[in-house]
Write a protein that binds this ligand. Structure first.
Ligand SMILES: Nc1nc2c(c(=O)[nH]1)N[C@H]1C(S)=C(S)[C@@H](COP(=O)(O)OP(=O)(O)OC[C@H]3O[C@@H](n4cnc5c(=O)[nH]c(N)nc54)[C@H](O)[C@@H]3O)O[C@H]1N2
Ligand SMILES: Nc1nc2c(c(=O)[nH]1)N[C@H]1C(S)=C(S)[C@@H](COP(=O)(O)OP(=O)(O)OC[C@H]3O[C@@H](n4cnc5c(=O)[nH]c(N)nc54)[C@H](O)[C@@H]3O)O[C@H]1N2
Ligand SMILES: [Mo]
Length: 635
């Protein structure tokens, strides 16, 4: 078992005082200093940068560490907006997926998680719920016990795929072609729901013409699947009812990632799956909270209206830190709720940036992460057991309140308090920077929306979390009601750069293909890490075991690699030393290693993201992290 209190809050390695760097960057040599000194020095350094180079020379960097609305955005966003900092495009997770689904449906809230128990044919498309969506898995099992067939679509034989009735294993990044191929078969076999299409969709004529070229033979060539598999999958999906496709983010990290989501999202409208309770697409639920809560309390318009400052995409952190032509160049990086030296693609470029002696790096953390090693100043952050917050949900309709269970340990402070202290030190007068956490939460809950009936600050304190007050049977598109500009499901949209989703693969030169012939997946296979979180805890890392490169028998033989051999996996961006595991979990041509391990704790000092790409996706400006080619040799 892992225990959050023991493994995080009370962990002996926890940082409990502010620290100031004493040795070279990256070496982890620090001395303890007081909050007064740390705040005074950081505030004065930020102020000098603002005076000399302008606020845009400061870049905040935050993401998934804390997803509470108060500790992830309210005060920090006001602070950075006020000082005119560069804005961060926070697109590393979900952005491309959302952009794709929105292009088709206009909203991402489809079937709700608990309603999956009514489904009879469940496609887990590029998602691995046994590991990555553990609260959904029991409902999938319940559906299975009631006779549902479970299908996974995944280039990797994930834990979930091992449990599924049918694992369909396409080449990575080819889902757009597969989805269009399924549509080809469905239309050819006349398995579509014509009435649903006529009433609630736009562009069937264009789609029909478009999918002509995605015949099973062509799609088999692209995906590596057999023609029979494609035909059988299309038929089984279209003829089962209720049929559900569950997507999360797995296939978004490809150059074609958003198009894949856009195409997959069309399938339930083509077959009319939305008509049946438990049928349709299951994705996110943020729109429900968008309506339910008073978001202006978090994203205070008067505080955020100000800056028209430039945006830097978080995927491109390495490029941004090393770009001397940026005007102004980045002089200060302020990291909280994130560990970019591990989780951001193109790790070596990120580290090269972090090594810059002229860069002021400030990190707020629980632990001395690989990012914090490069900090000039580290602030000790509270954990969720020690601060207030309010949390919406990514994929459920439950609203949660986070009430501190204990007083902050040591000198740790919530992120919100850190930014209040900096604001005060910098002489900022605006009262919105000093609003208390509880006041923000209470105001966020001030909403007359019907979804909030029966939910209040007091009731949430009693229950911890409550389901939004939704209609008993949530069937958003049983009768259309898409949230697109036309109110219909968009098979075709001339306002988009691609009016129809198309499979456009990454182009590699013959030279590159020869040098780096293997497609590398770097996915969340560790059960007990949350991205890079918890990967520093010895007994958790022991439970996960050391990382392996999964390689197919054919690719291994070709390279004279045996199980357990030490390997050097490399490309033009970096190299990772890792042990071989010959397995049938990947097809020939694909290799896979886990993400999340800290480079500093691995032999060779690099982890998965040393090999990944910082290219952006086709829509949504996400990261094509999985578009990485490598070669492997024995060391
Ligand atoms: N244990 C654990 N749980 C987690 C996390 C964690 O780190 N550890 N992280 C959390 C976070 S931040 C997120 S975003 C969610 C993500 O949860 P998921 O959306 O489930 O995403 P992943 O686990 O990244 O990938 C799911 C599957 O997609 C597959 N995949 C990769 N490329 C492709 C492709 O091109 N096509 C298809 N069809 N499949 C592909 C991978 O092989 C993998 O098995 O998980 C959350 N849950
Ligand atoms: N190769 C590859 N790279 C990936 C992915 C992949 O599948 N493959 N997945 C991507 C995805 S989906 C995501 S979401 C990102 C996640 O990437 P990150 O956002 O970097 O997430 P974590 O690795 O969990 O790091 C979060 C850090 O925040 C700290 N933290 C937690 N709570 C608090 C708090 O209240 N205050 C402060 N100051 N700090 C706190 C934790 O200690 C931890 O070090 O990684 C992405 N990177
Ligand atoms: Mo994520």
């Amino acid at each position: 078992m892992i225990s959050f209190p023991n493994d995080v809050t009370y962990h002996p390695d926890r940082i409990l005082t502010p620290l100031k760097r004493t040795g070279p960057k990256g070496k982890g040599e620090f001395k303890k200093i007081s909050w007064e000194q740390a705040i005074s020095e950081v505030a004065s350094k930020l102020q000098s940068i603002i005076d000399e180079r302008g606020g845009e020379a400061i870049l905040p960097y935050s993401f998934g560490g804390n997803q509470g609305k108060v500790q992830s955005r309210a005060i920090s966003n006001r602070f950075f907006a006020h000082i005119g900092a560069s804005q961060l495009e926070r697109t590393i997770c979900g952005s491309a997926a959302v952009a794709g689904v929105l292009a088709t449906n206009g909203q991402t809230t489809g079937v709700l998680p608990e309603d999956i128990v009514h489904s009879k044919f469940i496609v887990l498309w590029g998602t691995n719920p046994i590991l990555s969506n553990q609260h959904l898995w029991p409902f999938i099992q319940k559906a299975k016990s009631k006779g549902a067939k479970i299908v996974t679509v995944d280039p990797f034989l994930s834990k979930t795929s091992e449990e599924a009735d049918w694992h369909i294993q396409p080449n990575p990044g080819t889902d757009t072609a597969l989805a269009l191929g399924l549509m080809h078969v469905i239309l050819k076999k006349n398995l579509q729901d014509q009435e649903y299409i006529d009433n609630y969709t736009l562009g069937i004529k264009e789609l029909k013409e478009h999918v002509q070229k995605y015949d099973p033979k062509t799609v088999a060539g692209i995906t590596g699947l057999t023609e029979e598999t494609i035909i059988e999958f299309a038929s089984a999906y279209a003829q089962s009812s209720p049929s559900l496709i569950r997507v999360l983010i797995g296939m978004e990290h490809q150059v074609n990632g958003a198009s894949a989501f856009r195409a997959v999202a069309m399938l339930p409208a083509l077959t009319g799956a939305w008509r049946n309770f438990g049928g349709g697409l299951m994705h996110m639920t943020y729109e429900l909270f968008g309506k339910a809560l008073n978001w202006e309390s978090i994203n205070l318009p008067e505080a955020l209206a100000n800056p028209k400052t430039r945006s830097i995409n978080m995927i491109e952190l390495g490029k941004a830190l090393n770009n001397i032509e940026l005007n102004p160049s980045i002089e200060a990086l302020f990291v909280y709720n994130s560990n970019p030296a591990v989780t951001t693609p193109n790790q070596n470029l990120v580290r090269k940036g972090l090594e810059r002696d002229d860069l002021l790096t400030v990190v707020s953390e629980h632990f001395l992460t690989d990012t914090a090693l490069y900090a000039d100043y580290i602030f000790p952050a509270t954990t969720v057991l020690e601060n207030w917050d309010i949390l919406d949900s990514w994929g459920t309709p439950y609203l949660n309140i986070n009430e501190p269970a204990i007083k902050p340990l040591g000198e740790s402070k919530p992120n919100s308090e850190l930014f209040r202290l900096l604001a005060r030190e910098m002489g900022i007068k605006e009262t919105y920077l000093y609003q208390s956490d509880i006041d923000i939460i209470k105001k966020t809950l001030e909403s007359d929306h019907e979804f909030m009936k029966g939910i209040s600050f007091e009731s949430l304190r009693k229950t911890g979390g409550q389901k939004l007050n939704l209609p008993e049977k949530w069937m958003p598109h049983a009768e259309g009601n898409f949230k697109t500009s036309s109110g219909k499901c968009h098979f075709y949209d001339p306002s988009l750069e691609q009016s129809l989703p198309d499979f456009i693969p990454m182009e590699y030169s013959n030279e590159e293909k020869k040098q780096y012939p293997l497609h590398l997946l770097t996915i969340k296979t560790p059960k007990y890490f949350l991205n890079s979180s918890h990967a520093n805890v010895d007994h958790i890392r022991e439970k996960e075991g050391k990382p392996y490169l999964e390689i197919s028998p054919k690719d291994a033989v070709k390279r004279n690699i045996a199980d357990g051999d030490e390997l050097n996996v490399f490309n033009q961006r970096g190299r990772v030393y890792i042990t071989a595991k010959i397995s049938n979990k990947v097809n020939k041509g694909v290799v896979c290693m886990p993400q999340g391990y800290w480079p500093s704790l691995l032999k060779g000092g690099s982890s998965a993201n040393a090999l990944t790409n910082d290219l952006l996706t086709d829509m949504g400006r996400g990261g094509a992290i999985q578009e990485a080619k490598v070669e492997v040799v024995k060391v």
